[in-house]
Design a protein around this ligand. Structure first.
Ligand code: AMP
Length: 402
């Protein structure tokens, strides 16, 4: 069955068409600048060349129509007609406490997603618009919601509660939710396969290091802690997000510069992280790595604080789980930067981790990058959130048909 995976952002739609049987990607693409001057479609059929076209897209519904037209185009399309698309899997950012697994979309589910909008005001409304646009254009195709927060719903109370008056949890569900759940779940399962051991016996630390970054402690197949919180702002130092800070900083800066709390939070989300630390040099780790190697002080400062934050979380989660069998690196930085992995792992010599320099320089495949020995193994595992969404969508839809 062909599964269309849709990821709707505020002004973009990313999509992939995946054959659930072979698990091969048939086509992928992106609509960007939706509702803005210069909107365009970038589309790549499997084995074909990337095509870019300026197309007017006033809203997400028009963008989804453009996607479906591209997929069924007689020349460059991936399928003959829409009847060849068996289901749609939607990436949904926030499911609150309502969803601990993928779910067939009904009116009730849509209402629950809308109810979580105050927890993810940039993402959930866009995700809903994507669902409704697909429903309007493919009324008989089943739709599935796959939540970024779902995998973390197994966290125990001591991990997800903040030490603020309990009534804020009781009344407003203020708690740690965690994000990147689809990636953490996918990488944990792949790690068990690579290690040749049952997931239910393993203590894993998954480091999803991309532009956004989070770490999870996964004990016996279940998430027991994760670094992102009520929103994706908490935790590690990221591309432009601060990660953990003293909350008193918000009022302090607001008073100093006559800003509102919202303005300070925007700064913490968009102008902080390695971008802020490097004095605005770059949020892109490739730029920072090159500049770091060339001795740029701004890049050095940013990289040192970033690496320090990852090391700190690995130590904390090892302690929380009373040990760790494997540490997994994934996402843009985690998969592609031997230098950053090397810098992190050198600090973990106390755990008897010795890095295999040859394996550490491999790219694009799941590999063990630690030398054999008594310490935990270290793995690099390319994440594949779209494939995971397609798998979960297929499993639900096939189950319904039985
Ligand atoms: P993601 O959010 O997972 O797409 O990751 C994006 C981040 O990965 C960006 O900051 C990129 O600079 C970083 N990245 C991609 N390739 C490399 C690389 N070869 N070395 C260092 N960072 C990389």
């Amino acid at each position: 069955m062909n599964i269309l995976v849709i990821n709707c952002g505020s002004s973009s739609v990313k999509f992939q068409l995946i054959d659930s049987e072979s698990e091969k990607r048939i086509a992928k693409g992106l609509c960007e600048r939706i509702g803005i001057e210069g909107s365009r479609l970038i589309y790549t059929p499997a084995g074909g060349k990337k095509l870019t076209a300026e197309v007017k897209m006033a809203d997400h519904r028009e963008a989804i129509a453009v996607v479906l037209k591209a997929l069924t185009d007689p020349q460059n399309g991936a399928v003959k007609d829409l009847s060849e698309i068996g289901a749609v899997g939607h990436r949904i950012v926030h499911g609150g406490e309502n969803f601990s697994k993928a779910t067939l979309i009904t009116d009730e589910v849509k209402k629950a997603i809308a109810d979580c909008s105050d927890l993810a005001p940039l993402h959930n409304p866009a995700n809903l618009v994507g669902i409704e646009a697909c429903e309007a254009l493919m009324p008989s195709v089943p739709m599935v919601a796959v939540f970024d927060t779902a995998f973390h719903q197994t966290m125990p109370e001591e991990s997800y509660l903040y030490a603020i008056p309990y009534r804020y949890y009781r009344d407003y569900r203020v708690r740690r939710y965690g994000f990147h759940g689809t990636s953490h779940e996918y990488v944990s399962s792949r790690a068990a396969v690579v290690l040749g051991r049952p997931l239910e016996e393993l203590k894993l630390i998954v480091c999803h290091l991309g532009n956004g970054a989070s770490i999870s402690a996964v004990k016996y197949g279940k998430c027991v802690d994760t670094s992102m919180g009520l929103t994706p702002l908490e935790g590690l130092v990221m591309g432009t997000r601060s990660g953990d800070i003293d909350p008193a900083i918000v009022e302090f800066i607001a008073n100093k510069e006559g800003k509102s709390a919202g303005e300070v939070l925007r700064m913490l989300n968009k102008e902080s992280g390695v971008y802020g630390l490097s004095d605005g040099f770059s949020s892109d780790f490739r730029d920072l790595e090159d500049a770091y190697e060339a001795g740029n002080e701004n890049a050095k400062r940013a990289m040192e604080v970033y690496i320090h934050s990852v090391i700190k979380y690995i130590g904390a989660y090892t302690a929380e789980m009373n040990g760790v069998d494997a540490i997994c690196f994934t996402a843009g930085v985690g998969e592609n930067s031997p230098i950053i992995r090397d810098r992190i792992l050198h600090h973990l010599a106390y755990m008897h981790i010795v890095i295999d320099e040859v394996e550490n320089h491999k790219r694009g495949e799941a590999v063990v990058i630690s030398m054999p020995g008594p310490g935990p193994k270290v793995l690099v595992i390319p994440t594949n959130e779209e494939l995971s969404i397609a798998r979960q969508t297929f499993a639900l839809v096939a189950g319904e048909k039985k």
